[in-house]
Design a protein around this ligand. Structure first.
Ligand code: IPD
Ligand code: CA
Ligand code: CA
Length: 257
């Protein structure tokens, strides 16, 4: 069901790209939302409540009428993760859908419609990219890692000095990338295309599905200070190959002190 929803939602956003897109500013010129984000979220919500009327939904565009906190089983959805890419590049965006029961992640699906790539995982049953089972078995050293981060681009990052920490980290690892869709970036860690992802602040719908995928692939996903990730709140996020998780966590937490 989650896979079906993600695929039809992805197909709908691709279809809408054939026409001019109405773009609105949310909080600033770099925080965008389109009519398609809202339409896709509505479409996903309708499909879920038709099948599971007693489930709750936490979606970025807040199109669900109930209070997500009232439900034991909660779907966490981002209809378009990477709206800026959707508007500018028309690729590198994704649909993110997760199912949590009493706070435990059961299913995570991240779908990239422009490449027809489906990343998904069911708790305890492994992670997949289309038909391929994912497993982070390669021993990667931090020095050889390709990391991805978006932490250093805002004022708050400067205030707490994380921009400097990330700058020093960039000098230590093989390379840094920033793709613009957290759900895809964390899924790429699961697939071994990136070795790690770090963000100072993501919303629950940005990482809710992808963290299940990376964990099922054998990776580690926590807050930047090593604490467990929440399932329904904003959080910092680090997700990476287990081989250098501890070294990266220490680097992020000690470098600034
Ligand atoms: C954004 C993307 C981006 C991340 C931002 C998110 P949106 O989501 O995931 O990679 O750096 O923090 O807000 O707004 O495009 O759904
Ligand atoms: Ca998002
Ligand atoms: Ca979004």
């Amino acid at each position: 069901m989650a896979i079906h929803c993600a695929k039809t939602a992805g197909a709908l956003s691709l279809e809408r790209l054939k026409q001019p897109i109405l773009v609105e500013y949310k909080t600033s010129a770099s925080d965008l939302v389109t009519a398609v984000d809202k339409e896709v979220e509505k479409h996903v919500i309708q499909a879920i409540i038709k099948e599971f009327p007693d489930h709750g939904i936490l979606g970025e565009e807040s199109m669900f009428e109930g209070n997500p906190a009232d439900y034991e089983t909660l779907w966490i959805i981002d209809p378009i993760d990477g709206t800026t890419n959707f508007v500018h590049q028309q690729i590198n965006f994704s649909v993110s859908i997760a199912v949590y029961h009493k706070g435990e992640g059961l299913v995570g699906v991240v779908y990239d419609p422009s490449r027809d790539e489906l990343f998904y995982a069911v708790k305890g049953q492994g992670a997949y990219l289309n038909d391929r089972r994912l497993g982070l078995t390669k021993q990667v050293k931090l020095e050889e890692a390709l990391l991805c981060t978006s932490v250093f681009w805002n004022k708050r990052a400067e205030q707490i000095g994380i921009d400097q920490i990330v700058k020093r980290l960039a000098g230590k690892v093989r390379g840094m990338r920033l793709l613009g869709s957290a759900a895809l970036e964390i899924s790429y860690v699961a697939a071994g295309r990136l070795d790690g992802y770090v963000s100072m602040s993501l919303n629950a719908w940005d990482f809710g599905a992808a963290r299940i995928i990376v964990e099922e692939a054998g990776g580690v996903a926590t807050k930047m200070n090593g604490e467990p990730l929440p399932f329904d709140q904003k959080s910092s996020v680090m997700a990476c190959n287990p081989a250098f998780y501890e070294e990266l966590r220490q680097f992020l937490n000690l470098e600034g002190k």
